[in-house]
Design a protein around this ligand. Structure first.
Ligand code: URA
Length: 261
């Protein structure tokens, strides 16, 4: 199966996620309706204004929309105008990609955090600083103009989840056609999936990242296959520096493959 989950399952998940998160009658978050209503004698409490609910969109429509983009610029513009991902309602702005689109290596992280949300660029906060150091260890630098020395960096979702929580399955599923199209358009030689969320989504597996990391996988995008190296997320490495040696091994494998290509 090429996608993250089968489209029928996707549809079912999306429907149930939507039903869980919102009231089906008026589309407002369920939490506001679960509050006990005020006794009749008291004036009604003002209801905080909610951002408009994201319009629903079937997964095959999202796939078609992503497939209709013929360049990364067009993909970024389309995402900027895309209102169906609920994360967009709480994020400051789209955070699509950074680095060199022609780079031989593309890195897919989990989700923008606060700094990325502010700047609209992936991996610019503390995890990004560590990512840059990790890349420097294998002679890569996202600011380089040389495709062999640069990196193209994005995330598995394009808007910051509130409070930096992990993106939900339905949010990942909604963004995945755009991520896959970005890979197809950028045509990297290698994708590094940094962390469990992007690795599981791209490789369509529930396997944990500690088991998955370090071994090459392949994904099919468009008409081609791309090598994927799952590895540990920089923010995990900030919390567990003793695991850096595993990420180091994974990066050496990336370097070796790049040199052999
Ligand atoms: N963590 C990520 O996964 N992506 C970012 O862009 C920043 C932090």
């Amino acid at each position: 199966m090429d996608g993250f989950v089968h489209s029928a399952e996707l549809a079912a998940r999306r429907t149930s996620a939507a039903a869980r998160d919102t009231n089906v009658q008026d589309g407002r978050p369920r939490a506001s309706l679960n509050r006990p209503s005020a006794p009749a004698s008291q004036p009604p409490r003002p209801v905080p204004r909610q951002p408009a609910a994201a319009p629903s969109m079937a997964n095959d429509e999202v796939e078609q929309l992503a497939a209709s983009c013929n360049s990364l610029d067009e993909l970024a513009r389309t995402l900027d105008a895309f209102d169906a991902c609920p994360l967009k309602r709480t994020a400051t702005q789209l955070c699509f990609a950074d680095g060199l689109p022609d780079a031989h290596v593309m890195i897919i992280g989990e989700a923008p955090g606060r700094d990325e949300d502010e700047q609209g660029r992936p991996f610019v906060g503390r995890s990004g600083q560590l990512l840059d150091k990790m890349l420097a260890c294998i002679d890569l630098d996202r600011s380089s103009d040389d495709p062999a020395r640069s990196a193209f960096i994005s995330n598995i979702v394009f808007w910051r989840p509130p409070g930096n929580r992990k993106p939900s399955t339905s949010e990942v599923v909604m963004c995945l056609p755009f991520v896959r199209r970005a890979i197809e358009l950028a045509k990297p030689r290698i994708v590094i999936a940094a962390g469990a969320t992007p690795a599981q989504a791209l490789l369509d597996t529930p396997t944990g990242i500690t088991r998955m990391r370090g071994s090459w996988k392949k994904i099919t995008v468009g008409n081609g296959e791309i090598d994927v190296m799952p590895t540990l997320h920089p923010s995990y490495l900030l919390r567990s520096p003793e695991a850096k040696r595993f990420a180091w091994r994974d990066l050496l494998a990336v370097k070796a493959k790049l040199l052999a290509m």
